[in-house]
Design a protein around this ligand. Structure first.
Ligand code: AMP
Ligand code: GLY
Length: 419
């Protein structure tokens, strides 16, 4: 079978690694890919948003399955476009993808289906939003409605900060049309966890849980990032807690999918905040998380290609998902300056010396004239599946062998459990 993976990050590299272990998969393409994906797949120089060219490529190359990594092509309707041509694609369609593309739509879905979430209100202009601040205590959370490259959420500690944030969205229009609506939401103080699920025609099959470290500096200081470290599973996910998640959240999402007349197939990422053992849904993503995928998929023993095909065909069974009992941990190596300004194009050395027990996924790299160069804020994800302490030790030991100019990383991944 021939597979096309759309995207260019560590998430896509981890998906490709797992697909490459399938006996059913003969050839993998990645569009556009990175310096790591080309070791297991053939990189194709097509942007992940260029749906027409991706479609053309799939037809010309008789692709059996296309898997979409990032949210933007899903929110743009890539699945609908592929289906029109009878191409097989794994991901939710345009309508389902609005759960991630519009925070307002997501909140409405949560409230309509009685799924626990933070209290919120939606505003359509600056004056109303500023007046609405009085209905919330500080800290509060301001969210621009659209995708906003993952930067649309601001936690505001006081009125001045909140007014400034609203001004930047409504008046300065820093997110353009993605900020035409704004949500103000109560701040939930708890422990975050990520639960990614396979979904087959509205039926949800949760994967193992994960915890993502969002802040750039140790002990959760500094600005938010896309995620700079992760481990799996979250220790909160006992059997009793999993049942609570199923009853209070998963079952209600499945019912909601039916009521909203969805036919959801693909990945659903449930972003949770757990407050005093009660899980609340912060957000949905309609795709695999990054770096969650880099810790969850290495623990998957089953055939990822078969899971996806079975999900599309409505044949997936919970017992088909078999997991390594051992946990995993991964640390993201980033370019100095990230998540603000950073430089690219520095040579990466030392990867050939990495122990075979430790895996390295490429987030932002490219190969030029035989040299591997940095090509993004997040550069590499170094991980290991083992007993937790051993895994942490191994990952940090191996990282010492890797070098690039201005490399930075957190030293406390897996070692701290944030409350
Ligand atoms: P989102 O894109 O909605 O996941 O928001 C990004 C991050 O902001 C989340 O992962 C949380 O760390 C934080 N966040 C979002 N909503 C809330 C909330 N209501 N209370 C506390 N933190 C939040
Ligand atoms: N790590 C969070 C995300 O992928 O959105």
């Amino acid at each position: 079978m021939k597979v096309l993976v759309v995207g260019s990050g560590g998430r896509e590299h981890a998906i490709i690694k797992k697909l490459s272990e399938s006996e059913m998969v003969d050839k993998i393409y990645c569009a556009p890919g990175n310096g790591g994906t080309l070791e297991l797949a053939e990189n194709v120089d097509i942007d992940s948003l260029d749906i027409d060219r991706l479609k053309e490529f799939s037809i010309d190359n008789n692709i059996d399955l296309t898997i979409v990594g990032p949210e933007d092509p899903l929110a743009k309707g890539i699945v609908d476009e592929f289906k029109k041509e009878k191409l097989v694609i794994f991901g939710p369609d345009f309508k389902c993808a609005q759960l991630e593309a519009s925070k307002n739509y997501c909140k409405k879905f949560l409230i309509d289906n009685d799924i626990p979430t933070a209290r919120y209100k939606t505003y359509f202009n600056y004056e109303e939003a500023v007046a609405g601040l009085k209905d919330f205590l500080f800290p509060l959370v301001i969210k621009a409605d659209g995708l906003c490259l993952g930067k649309g959420v601001t936690i505001c500690n006081d009125k001045e900060e909140a007014v400034e944030t609203l001004k930047s969205i409504f008046i300065d229009k820093i997110f353009g049309s993605q900020g035409e609506k704004v949500i103000i939401e109560e701040y939930l103080d708890g422990i975050e966890a990520s639960l990614m699920c396979f979904v087959s025609h509205n039926k949800i099959y949760p994967m193992e849980s994960a915890k993502d470290y969002k802040k750039i500096y140790d002990n959760d200081f500094g600005p938010n990032t896309g995620g700079v470290g992760a481990y799996s599973p979250s220790p909160l996910f006992t059997d009793e807690f999993k049942k609570k998640i199923y009853d209070n959240i998963i079952k209600k999402i499945e019912k909601g999918f039916e009521e909203y007349d969805f036919d959801y197939t693909g990945i659903l990422f449930i972003g949770l905040m757990i407050c005093n053992s009660i899980p609340y849904v912060l957000e949905f993503n309609v795709r695999f998380g990054d770096p969650e995928t880099e810790v969850v998929l290495p623990r998957l023993k089953s055939d990822l290609f078969k899971i996806m095909i079975d999900a599309i065909d409505g044949k997936l069974e919970a017992k088909s998902l078999v997991w390594n009992e051992r946990p995993s941990v991964a640390v993201v190596l980033t370019s100095g300056g990230y998540p603000k300004e950073y430089e690219k194009g520095y040579e990466i050395t030392g990867l050939e010396k990495i122990d075979k027990d430790v895996y390295v996924f490429h987030n932002g790299t490219k190969r030029v004239n035989g040299k591997l160069l940095t090509n993004g804020g997040r550069v590499l994800t170094v991980g290991c599946v083992d007993d937790m302490n051993k895994a942490i030790e191994k990952v940090y030991e191996e990282i010492k062998k890797i070098n690039f100019n201005k490399m930075q990383y957190r030293k406390d991944i897996g070692r701290t459990f944030f409350l």
